[in-house]
Write a protein that binds this ligand. Structure first.
Ligand code: HEM
Length: 193
């Protein structure tokens, strides 16, 4: 629930960059007053470690008994999310505390603007958003257990398609395809070393 609450605000924050990067940064400034409060951030980061660790454990434990496309979709999307979260949060902390960067829009965008790093970052962020929506879609599918199979499949499909649209939109924005993006040199330097 902690991660879900944060991620809703977090993705809304990234989608705001489609409208304007200045609005994205202004929104982040306000949101940080909540999620960067030491107690809240501590609870969030412990939740991330718990979610990632327990998720990977469930993927491995259920390997030989898991059956059906939805169960495998849930395991694959959860497994990707766990690995993504561990890399993503480590990178943010490294940027913040070791490189002393403001980890805003430009921190995420830098990798899209120094070849060949976009080959990593385009699928990395796209799959994270698709995996998140797919994982929640699988939860919707199971929780609609008593309803018609068609309704359950539609609920899952709507979530997957929404994730694809949101992921592509965020990638295009970070890549500067929706509006001009000039990433300051201090962010690019980390990739040019
Ligand atoms: C395209 C997708 C994403 C981008 C571009 C992105 C980018 C960022 C950036 C720039 C920050 C630093 C925020 C700050 O300094 O205030 C951050 C933090 C974080 N992100 Fe993401 N993120 C994405 C998706 C996700 C997803 C899907 C999750 C979780 C499932 C996630 C979880 C987190 C967490 C836990 C933090 C650390 C918050 C903190 O303690 O400061 N992110 N992300």
């Amino acid at each position: 629930m902690v991660i879900a609450g944060f991620v809703m605000v977090h993705l809304a924050n990234h989608l705001l960059s489609l409208y304007s990067i200045a609005a994205h940064i202004a929104f982040m400034k306000v949101a940080r007053t909540v999620y960067r409060h030491p107690v809240i951030e501590f609870v969030l980061l412990v939740s991330v470690i718990f979610q990632g660790g327990s998720g990977l454990w469930m993927v491995v434990r259920g390997w030989s008994v898991r059956q059906g496309a939805v169960a495998w979709l849930q395991a694959t999307s959860g497994g990707y999310l766990a690995v993504f979260l561990l890399i993503h949060v480590s990178a943010i902390m490294l940027g913040r505390f070791a490189l002393h960067l403001d980890t805003n829009f430009y921190f995420a965008a830098a990798g899209f603007h120094v070849p060949p790093f976009q080959l990593f970052f385009i699928p990395y962020y796209l799959l994270a958003v698709v995996a998140l929506f797919t994982h929640v879609g699988c939860a919707c599918y199971w929780s609609l257990g008593g309803r018609s199979p068609r309704l359950r499949r539609v609920a899952l499909s709507v979530m997957v398609v929404t994730g694809c649209i949101a992921g592509v939109a965020i990638d295009l924005s970070l890549a500067g395809k929706l509006q001009p993006v000039t990433v300051p040199d201090r962010y690019l330097a980390a990739f040019r070393r």
